[in-house]
Structure formats: structure tokens, C-alpha cells
Design a protein around this ligand. Structure first.
Ligand SMILES: NC(=O)c1ccc[n+]([C@@H]2O[C@H](COP(=O)([O-])OP(=O)(O)OC[C@H]3O[C@@H](n4cnc5c(N)ncnc54)[C@H](O)[C@@H]3O)[C@@H](O)[C@H]2O)c1
Ligand SMILES: C[N+](C)(C)CCCC=O
Length: 496
């Protein structure tokens, strides 16, 4: 697929049920879907009502009966085939993602690679999922069976639409579950391709369904009595609501929420790596990344040299048409979000921060991009821990630099946040590196790198950043349940 920004329109139905694209039976309110690079409407989304949500859940229930009875090896083969198709269609899917999300095609390709790798990884685990055998007195014994949960709901955010759907569906399906997925209404397009790919790969029709919409559709899903589990990726306020709804039905939840993560740069770091790490920690996907290390603590001894280099490199980031090969930062998701990010920068200045570079709106020369949602990546100096830009998740390309003097001080300041998603440290002192990450109250820590995504590693937060884990073996725990079977080999010794 060789597409040009400003040319693609999607008219196909965006719901997927029982193995086919469908219009929702009770599709009420229509919402416009945008191409962030141009501000153009590329599709219309019909929000699924209660009836459509129920049909999707019933479709998943029917497929679950077949899928859950298949062996791990059989499920593995299907997931491997899905991974193969994604690899084959990498360019087409990445292009759709770029058009709907605004991120550069360079990054979207990486997202798609991580997505098929995730399917391959769980295909590899599917056949080895097992319980254990436990010997009891007198020849009796017990064993555990690792069983699927049933129909799982996935609710996604807009920053990594395809990848989030794979991070949820791959372990869910590997464990024998079915899924109904609701993407963000801002990015409804690519997940439907994933549903088609699963069908093409050979899952039973209805195993992976897509419903579309916002708050109301999400609520219908969470309240549905036949839903066994909810896996949510999104903001903290919505996560709280999801947990409340899940509590009413005693449904387990995985919550992958926001963050305001610390990145700690010690003076004994390899400076060039640390600068690269800080850029990776702040400017992927226009800064719209949950685990970004947006509080960059720099040891005072190297504050000037580090800041100078980070600013120089940030100014060189090529912003513009996300489908061009050399673009490294595309457009933010929509106008209200761009305005919100701009608001944070204005407030930061009012509170005493200094804009060292960027932060202003960017209007590309290409006339077709003039209504896109672009800004220049921003580095803020003169920051203090009590500033709003340092405390709140901005979810845009804004890095705050904060000097520190001692290890003890920086660890305390790094942990002084309600969030706990990620953290990073750059130093050549390996003992200090391990000591510091051990002290960080965060679920995903990096030493001498940042924001890389090996699917073998569990990912998830501490504190208000949520709980449960995606990726790695750990995710299996969140998509399966243990049944214990106790087997008597002798006679029943009744106490009566
Ligand atoms: N920890 C992670 O893995 C991770 C990954 C990506 C994004 N995020 C976080 O997501 C946030 C940005 O995404 P967003 O703006 O889409 O978040 P959001 O909370 O506004 O929406 C997330 C999803 O929840 C749905 N939703 C909203 N209200 C709902 C309700 N009451 N009931 C059910 N569903 C509801 C939305 O339609 C969307 O699909 C940021 O805070 C970011 O840090 C976290
Ligand atoms: C792939 N990354 C960069 C680690 C992002 C994970 C999802 C968070 O928003």
C-alpha cells in the first residue's frame, strides 16, 4: 500500500462480529474519525449500543466453546499464522496506523513489529501452559489445571491502537479465551484489520470481535454479565471507573494507566547514550506515551553539557508529514489534545520554567498539512518539583529537566509522585544502577536505555499507574485461572 497523506478514506464498517465486518445493529451516534496529519475526516464511526455489545459478547461466547477445547499446540499454530500475516501486511497496517494516529511511519513500523512479535511469543507459550501435580499422603494426589476465563474485554487507548490490541489479545487467546475489543473512538481503524487477520489465520468465527464507541459503549461492555475479565489501557480517571464497574460484577481487571516517570542521569553516564535515552524517553509518538520519562533528573555537575546537547538534538527532530520516510515526529492526536499540551507549556512558563526549545505550534510548508495538529518538541529548563508540568502527565512532547546533587535526594524526588509506571537510570556504575532501580517505586525500569519493548518482559505499573501485567510470562496469570482437583486414592474416612 503506497498511500499519500490526505488521500485515504475508509468507508467499510468498523465493527467486527462473528468473523465479518458489520454495521452495528443499534449504531446510534456517528462520530468523525480524523487524520491528525491533515485534520481531515477519514471515516465515520457508529457507536455500538447495548444490543450490538450483547451480540458481540454472544458471538465471543459461542467461539469460546470451540477455542477453549483446542489444545495449546493447535492454538499456537493459529497465532503463529496470524503473526505471519501481520508481518506480510506490515506496511499496509503501519500506513493505516500512521494515517489514523499521526505518528511517523518509521515508528508505526516498529509498533507493528512489536505486535507480531507479541503474537509469536504467546504462540510459543500456548503449548506449554499447564498446571502441576501435587503428591498427597497415601497415594492420593492433587493437580491444578490452568483454565481460560471466558469472554475477556479489551479497552484501548489511542496512542498505540494496533499494538495495544495485540498486547491484550495475544495472551488472552493463547490461554483459550475469546475477546471483545473496543478501541479508542479516535483510532478505530487498524484494530479491525487485526480482527480480519485472526479470522484469516483460522480462529473460530467470533473469537475476536470489535465494537466501536466511547464511554457508553465501554460501560455496556464492563457491565455485561457474560464478560469474565476487563483489560483496560487508558487514563487514571477512567481506570477508576472501570474498576468500580468491574467490582460490581466481581470481574478481575488489568489496569494499564498513565505515568509521570523519572529518568535519572548521573554524571558518570556515557553522555551520548544518556542524551539518546532522554530523547527516546520523551519524544516517541509525539510524546504521547504512557511510560515516558518526562521528569529528567540530571546530576548538577553535567547539567549544562547535558542540557545543551539535548536541546541541540531536540531542535534537529524532523517534524512534519508522518508518511514521509525521514519524518521523526508527526501530528498529535487531535486539536483539543494539542491545545491541552499547549496549555501545560503556558502554565509552565507562568510558574517559572524556561522554554529552552520548541513548544510552539508548527505549520508545515505543505498546504495539505496546514490543518494538522503539529507542535515542535519542547525542552523545559529551570523546573521545580512543585510545578504542574513536573507533576501531571502531559502526554505530549514536553521534557522537564531537573537538577539534583545526591543519589539519596534524587531517589526520594523520583518516587514523590502518585504514579509508578516506569523509571530509568543512566550511569556507568553498575552497582549504583541496580541500587537505584531497586529503590524506584515503578513497575518498568530501564538501565542505560529507555522505552524499548521486548515482548518477553512484563510491562505494567505500581501505585496509580495500575496493576496487572502485559507481556512476558506474567500476563498468563491475568488471562487464566487455576482449578485444583483433589483425588482420593483410598477410602473416605468420615468424621461422622
Ligand atoms: N500503561 C499503559 O500501558 C498505557 C498505554 C497507553 C496509554 N496509557 C494511558 O492512556 C491515557 C491516554 O489514553 P486515552 O486518552 O484514550 O484514555 P481514556 O481513559 O480517555 O480512554 C481510554 C479508553 O477508555 C474508554 N472509556 C472512556 N471512558 C470510559 C468509561 N467510563 N467506561 C469504559 N470505557 C471508557 C475510551 O473510549 C477509550 O477506549 C494516558 O493517561 C496514557 O498514559 C497507558
Ligand atoms: C512501546 N512503548 C514505547 C514501550 C510504549 C508502550 C505503551 C505505552 O503507551
Amino acid at each position: 500500500m503506497s498511500s499519500v497523506t490526505g488521500t485515504v478514506t475508509i468507508n467499510q464498517p468498523l465493527n467486527y462480529r462473528a468473523g465479518a465486518r458489520v454495521q452495528p445493529t443499534d449504531g446510534g451516534q456517528a462520530e468523525e474519525v480524523y487524520e491528525p496529519a491533515t485534520g481531515r475526516v477519514i471515516s465515520k464511526l457508529l457507536c455500538s449500543g447495548e444490543k450490538e455489545v450483547d451480540l458481540a459478547v454472544q458471538s465471543a461466547k459461542a467461539a469460546f466453546k470451540i477455542w477453549s477445547q483446542m489444545s495449546g499446540m493447535e492454538r499456537s499454530r493459529v497465532l503463529l499464522e496470524a503473526a505471519r500475516i501481520i508481518r506480510e501486511q506490515r506496511e499496509e497496517i503501519a500506513t493505516l496506523e500512521t494515517i489514523n494516529n499521526g505518528k511517523s511511519i518509521f515508528e508505526a513500523r516498529v509498533d507493528i513489529d512489536i505486535s507480531w512479535q507479541c503474537l509469536e511469543y504467546y504462540a510459543g507459550l500456548a503449548a506449554s501452559l499447564a498446571g502441576e501435580h501435587i503428591q498427597l499422603p497415601g497415594g492420593s494426589f492433587g493437580y491444578t489445571r490452568r483454565e481460560p476465563l471466558g469472554v475477556c474485554v479489551g479497552i484501548g487507548a489511542w496512542n498505540y491502537p494496533f499494538q495495544i490490541a495485540c498486547w491484550k489479545s495475544a495472551p488472552a487467546l493463547a490461554c483459550g479465551n475469546a475477546m471483545v475489543f473496543k478501541p479508542s473512538p479516535f483510532t478505530p481503524i487498524s484494530v479491525v484489520r487485526l480482527a480480519e487477520i485472526f479470522t484469516e489465520a483460522g480462529v473460530p468465527k467470533g473469537l475476536f470481535n470489535v465494537v466501536q464507541g466511547g464511554v457508553a459503549t465501554g460501560q455496556f461492555l464492563c457491565h455485561h454479565p457474560d464478560v469474565a475479565k476487563i483489560s483496560f489501557t487508558g487514563s487514571v480517571p477512567t481506570g477508576i471507573k472501570i474498576m468500580e464497574m468491574a467490582a460490581k460484577g466481581i470481574k478481575p481487571v488489568t489496569l494499564e494507566l498513565g505515568g509521570k516517570s523519572p529518568l535519572i542521569i548521573f554524571s558518570d553516564c556515557a553522555l551520548e547514550n544518556a542524551v539518546n535515552g532522554a530523547l527516546m524517553a520523551n519524544f516517541l509518538t509525539q510524546g504521547e506515551v504512557c511510560c515516558n520519562g518526562t521528569r529528567v533528573f540530571v546530576e548538577r555537575k553535567i547539567l549544562d553539557v547535558f542540557t545543551k546537547e539535548v536541546v541541540k538534538r531536540t531542535q534537529k527532530i524532523k517534524v512534519g508529514d508522518p508518511l514521509l520516510e525521514d519524518t521523526r515526529m508527526g501530528a498529535l492526536i487531535n486539536r483539543p489534545h494539542l491545545d491541552r499540551v499547549q496549555g501545560f507549556i503556558k502554565q509552565a512558563k507562568e510558574q517559572g520554567a524556561e522554554v529552552l526549545c520548541g513548544g510552539d505550534l508548527y505549520v508545515p510548508d505543505d498546504p495539505k498539512l496546514k490543518n494538522g495538529y503539529y507542535m515542535r518538541p519542547c525542552v523545559l529548563g529551570n523546573c521545580r518539583d512543585d510545578m504542574t508540568c513536573v507533576k501531571e502527565e502531559i502526554f505530549g512532547p514536553v521534557m522537564s529537566i531537573l537538577p539534583f546533587d545526591t543519589e539519596e535526594e534524587v531517589v526520594e524526588r523520583a518516587n514523590n509522585t502518585k504514579f509508578g509506571l516506569a523509571g530509568g537510570v543512566f550511569t556507568r556504575d553498575i552497582q549504583k544502577a541496580h541500587r537505584v532501580v531497586a529503590a524506584l517505586k515503578a513497575g518498568m525500569c530501564f538501565i542505560n536505555n529507555y522505552n524499548i519493548s521486548p515482548v518477553e518482559l512484563p510491562f505494567g505499573g505500581y501505585k496509580a499507574s495500575g496493576f496487572g501485567r502485559e507481556n512476558g510470562r506474567a500476563a498468563i496469570e491475568y488471562y487464566s485461572q487455576l482449578k485444583t482437583v483433589c483425588v482420593e486414592m483410598g477410602d473416605v474416612e468420615s468424621v461422622f
